[in-house]
Each structure stands twice: as structure tokens, then as C-alpha cells.
Design a protein around this ligand. Structure first.
Ligand code: SER
Length: 597
């Protein structure tokens, strides 16, 4: 069956709607309040509080399409199917149905809706480890649907255990579905999960029954959940009989343009890999820069660094193909045109996307030549002395002075048969961070843990958000939030540095509301009704979508997933520790509450 991505998204959501699921909006790529990961990596990620037991306003059966960024597989990009950005279709049971329904519906959707033949399908299940037994139940369900035992593989934890998305949170055994491409097996051991490309994973049903704690133990969750994820790019690739995701309509115009812009002819295999990396990395960068939350710009730390690395890696491969500078704009235009009907935010942020890409491209162009000379000099000297390792200090200098991401230096080094001293680099980097006071990102677990202190800090964020609008004006809207057990960090739109008086007024307003001991209440409303009531809403909900609205007295009313403290008095007291610039037109506040217990 031939199917476009548009048709697939539509079919999937309608199918699960027919099985009682509410269609909800996908979330931003920039995780809200969760410092344990840099980007949204899976559809389950924005749903963590609900998988932990919080009630979801739309009910206990949900379905959506979620934009995801995963850079763990960045080195695999260039093959037929690994991507750093992808769209994930998902359906969830929040303590509602479990294995039988999940697997049966997956099978029904694959065979009846998408027309895959049952013979093309192989599945894997968890073989058991420690106190979690082999997943006999899933095996029996697959067999009852007609999948023969020979195509059901029980595999260890590294293959069939999913999550948590960050360092802590919901996780559990999974069953994964693979399509056999019909290619010859690479070896007698070839099986689903093998990287040779014979079997392509398109769907994963995770049975989330456990919570991984900060101490690294697994405790049973309050409820048994189902979390499934199906990759849009891979699925349409398989359905249309293509052998790579780059042939699908999501990439084809981009690949054609890259080919047209290329002026050199490196060996075929190298050229193919380079053009895929350029396409993949720029598509991811466009989605990060075009995210409705905004705020992530190329930089040297955390998510900013990931973005910088993606753009710079693409520039380097563009050089290999002899693509003229300025290409990021040309390619970004194609990506935006290709996706804007599904993700209107890309069109809305077109200017920022193109401007940031072009600026980073230029910045890198300038330092690239100088850095390359430095690298060549060092590499030559090393080789003359028969050495095979580039020192961590040199790698750090290339990073610090010439803007070479470490991984980039590693790639250059590998081309010369050299390794890089990673721990030496880490040491130099750490020293630099300590002295430059930029060291800011400590990923320690946050709201994903639902601890009392992080929920209180989250409530403080709502009070401060409102106070900022009162003191600075209605333009002072949230651009980002990150909470650790030690502090809240909040980015908001405002052109100028706040004066000491303004900071004092915001603190006073928040403390006043804490003293008033407002009960923090929540109600579920349709998105439009919440807006009409005057609730602050940071995202554009789907028409008719049910959302939660948190109120603190008559002071603050905000659409939010929660969780929150029960009463503002729990916060104790509020203090702003720092007010600084975050990026152009965006200020950043770090603040603490006194009840940090
Ligand atoms: N969280 C699982 C995955 O990413 C299923 O959605 O594969």
C-alpha cells in the first residue's frame, strides 16, 4: 500500500480514536520543567507525570503525534533509517488496558490498516532478568494472533527494556515489531535488532510497570501503563517499498537539492552518507530552532551545544560535497515548505530559523579554515613521531578557540588514523567550566521525580510568571523553565535588564501570595474555555482538547500539566537570586524558595 506521512498520521489517530483514545496535541521539543533530558525524546516523555499516576485531563486512553530528537544514535545517521529527528505516533493506556489490547491493536493496525502481511512481521519480547520474569504473556498473545514461535524472539534487557527517558522515571519491558525487508541475512545469527538493515523496527509497545528511582532501583508503579511508539519516517519508508527513509516525500526534495548543489564527486558511499547527514542534521536543527517554545540557539552548553554540533557537522559534510556557503538557508526553506502544513510553528519562526542557521554557518566558516590548519599541523607532528593519540588539551583548544565540537575532532582524527584522549578533553573542559562560571547545567532529576520540593518550585514559577506580567507588562511570557531540586530557572520575554526595584516588586508580590495561603486548585476545561476564562496558556491546544487549569487564589490561572503543591503556603518564602540575559529579548531568572525540604 502506498501511503504518505499525512495519511499515516491521520489513519493512526483515527484508528486509536475508534478504540476510545482521546487525540491530544504533541508537546514542544524542549521539555517543560524537566532537567533530566535536553530534548523530548519520545511520545511518553511529556506524559511522565501521568504515567506516575497524575490524572490526565483527556482521560486514560490517549493518542498523539510527537516530535522527537535523539542524538544518541548520531553516529548511525547516514545509514538507511537512523535519524536525529523523527515523528513518533503513540497510544497510551494510563492504568487502563494492558498487554492484550495493546498487542492486538498493534497487530490489527499493521495488518488491516497498513496492509503489512503477517509473514513480513517478526517481534521481540523481554526474556526476563532479576525479579522481572520472561514475558510469557506477550509471547502467548503474539502466538494467538498467528505469529509463529520462530518469529518471536525473547531478548535481554539491552534490547527489550525501555526507559526511563531521563535518569529516573517510568520504564518496563517491551515488545518490538519489525518488518523484514526481504534483504538476505547478513549472517546466520541475523535477527530483529541486528543493525544490518534486514529487519527494520517500526513499532514498540512498552509495558510501563516500574519506576526507576534516583538510587537506581526499580519499584512497581501505582498503575500498569502502556506506552507505544511508531516511527513515521520508517513506517512510510517500508510501506512504499523504499529501502531508505531518504526516498520518502519527507526527504526527497531535500536530497534532490543537495545533489544539485554538490560540486565534488567523492566516492559514492561517502557522498551518500554526507548528503544524508546534511539532510538529517538540518531538518533536526530547523525543528529545534522553529519550536514553539523557542529559546534554544547554537551555543556551548546543553541543548544549545547539541544544536551547534548538528549545524556544524552538516557544514563540514557540505564542504566535503563542495556545497557553497549559504546553503543552510536554501535547505531550510525546503524543509519549512515541506512541513509547515503539519507544524505551522516552522513558518511562524521562519525568520529566526534561517537567521540562526546562517549566522552559525558563517561563524563556523570563519573558524573552520583556521582550525583545520591547526589540526593538520598537530596531526602531522603526531604522525611524524609515530604517535596515535591527539591530546585532550589539543582537542579542547580546537573546541574553545576554533569551535570544533569534540565529536568533530574525533571524526577528523579518525580519518587520519588517530584517536582523541577523551578523558583529557573532559578534564580540560571541566576546568574551563569551573573558571568561566558558565557551568550551569547540572542534570540531577527534577519534576520528572514529582518530589515535594520540585512541585513547590513549579508552583512558585506560576506565581512569579504572573508577578512578572504585573510588574513588567503582559509581554513578559514564559519562554522556558527548568527546575532542579535546588532552584527554579525561568526564561521570559523582556527586552531590558530588570531594575532592582522591579525585582523587589516581583519578590514581594510572590511572597504576598504565599502568605495568603491560597489552596492550589485544578479544574479540567476545554482549551478554548480555559483561554476565555483568562488562563495563561503557553501552547496552542487542539480545538476542543481537554486541559488542566491550575489556579492560585484570584492571582494566577495557568494551563499546565501539573503537578503542583496543595497550598501556596507550602512554599515558605521566595527569593530571586539572579536576573540575567538568556538570549536576545529573553531574560533569565534563577530563584529559590525557603521551604526546600
Ligand atoms: N517510549 C517507547 C519508545 O520510544 C515507546 O513509545 O520506543
Amino acid at each position: 500500500m502506498n501511503l504518505t506521512a499525512d495519511q499515516l498520521r491521520d489513519k493512526y489517530l483515527k484508528f486509536f480514536e475508534s478504540k476510545g483514545h482521546a487525540i491530544i496535541s504533541g508537546a514542544s521539543l524542549i521539555p517543560e520543567n524537566d532537567p533530566t533530558v535536553l530534548f523530548t525524546t519520545a511520545g511518553m516523555h511529556p506524559l511522565v507525570p501521568y504515567l506516575l499516576g497524575e490524572k490526565h485531563p483527556a482521560g486514560s486512553r490517549l493518542t498523539d503525534v510527537q516530535k522527537c530528537v535523539r542524538t544518541g544514535d548520531i553516529d548511525a545517521v547516514g545509514d538507511s533509517c537512523h535519524l536525529t529527528f523523527f515523528e513518533m505516533l503513540g497510544n497510551w493506556s494510563l492504568g487502563d488496558y494492558f498487554k492484550r489490547e495493546a498487542i492486538t491493536w498493534s497487530y490489527e493496525f499493521l495488518t488491516q490498516q497498513l496492509g503489512f502481511s503477517p509473514e513480513q512481521l517478526s517481534v521481540t519480547v523481554f526474556e526476563g532478568e532479576g525479579n522481572v520474569p520472561r514475558d510469557e504473556e506477550s509471547i502467548a498473545i503474539w502466538e494467538s494472533l498467528g505469529i509463529p514461535p520462530a518469529r518471536i524472539y525473547a531478548l535481554p534487557k539491552e534490547d527489550n527494556w525501555w526507559g526511563p527517558a531521563g535518569t529516573t522515571g517510568p520504564c518496563g519491558p517491551d515488545t518490538e515489531m519489525f518488518i523484514d525487508t526481504g534483504k538476505p541475512a547478513c549472517c546466520p545469527e541475523c535477527r530483529p535488532g541486528c543493525r544490518c538493515g534486514k529487519f527494520i523496527e517500526i513499532w514498540n509497545d512498552v509495558f510501563m510497570q516500574y519506576n526507576k528511582t534516583a538510587e537506581g532501583t526499580y519499584e512497581p508503579l501505582k498503575q500498569s501503563n502502556v506506552d507505544t511508539g511508531m516511527g513515521v519516517e520508517r513506517t512510510i519508508c517500508m510501506m512504499n517499498g523504499y529501502s531508505t527513509v531518504y526516498e520518502t516525500e519527507l526527504f526527497a526534495p531535500l536530497m534532490a537539492k543537495i545533489k544539485e548543489l554538490s560540486t565534488t564527486q567523492p566516492p559514492e558511499e561517502q557522498a551518500v552518507r554526507a548528503s544524508r547527514i546534511i539532510a538529517d542534521h538540518l531538518r533536526t536543527s530547523v525543528f529545534i530552532l522553529g519550536d514553539p517554545k523557542g529559546g534554544v540557539k547554537p551555543g556551548n552548553l546543553g541543548a544549545n551545544y547539541v544544536l551547534r554540533r548538528l549545524i556544524r557537522r552538516s557544514v563540514r559534510y557540505a564542504k566535503l560535497l563542495g556545497i557553497e556557503p549559504g546553503y543552510t538557508k536554501t535547505l531550510a526553506e525546503i524543509i519549512i515548505a515541506n512541513y509547515k502544513h503539519v507544524y505551522p510553528e516552522l513558518e511562524k519562526h521562519r525568520h529566526t530559523v534561517i537567521h540562526e542557521l546562517a549566522t552559525e554557518e558563517e561563524r563556523f566558516e570563519k573558524t573552520l579554515a583556521a582550525g583545520q590548519r591547526e589540526f593538520d599541523k598537530v596531526a602531522e607532528a603526531l604522525k611524524q613521531h609515530g604517535q596515535v593519540t591527539l591530546s585532550g588539551r589539543t582537542a579542547f583548544k580546537l573546541y574553545d578557540t576554533y569551535g570544533f565540537p569534540l565529536e568533530f575532532t574525533e571524526e577528523l582524527a579518525a580519518e587520519q588514523g588517530l584517536a582523541v584522549d577523551r578523558s583529557g578533553y573532559d578534564e580540560a573542559f571541566k576546568k574551563h567550566q569551573e573558571t568561566s562560571k558558565q557551568g550551569d547545567a547540572t542534570f540531577k532529576g527534577g519534576l520528572a521525580d514529582n518530589t515535594a520540593v520540585t512541585t513547590r518550585l513549579h508552583s512558585a514559577t506560576h506565581l512569579m510568571h504572573k508577578a512578572l506580567q504585573i510588574v513588567l507588562g503582559s509581554h513578559a511570557l514564559q519562554k522556558g523553565s527548568n527546575i532542579t531540586p535546588e532552584r527554579l530557572r525561568f526564561d521570559f520575554s523582556h527586552p531590558d535588564k530588570m531594575t532592582p526595584e522591579q525585582i523587589q516588586r516581583v519578590e514581594d508580590l510572590v511572597n504576598e501570595q504565599i502568605k495568603k495561603a491560597h489552596p492550589i486548585t485544578v479544574e479540567t476545561l476545554e482549551f478554548e474555555a480555559a483561554k476565555a476564562k483568562g488562563a495563561t496558556a503557553l501552547f496552542a491546544g487542539k480545538y476542543g482538547e481537554q486541559v488542566k487549569v491550575y489556579s492560585m487564589g484570584d492571582f494566577s490561572m495557568e494551563v499546565c500539566g501539573g503537578p503542583h503543591a496543595a497550598n501556596t503556603s507550602e512554599l515558605g518564602g521566595f527569593k530571586i537570586q539572579k536576573e540575567e540575559s538568556s538570549s536576545a529579548g529573553v531574560r533569565r531568572i534563577k530563584a529559590v524558595i525557603t521551604n526546600l525540604k
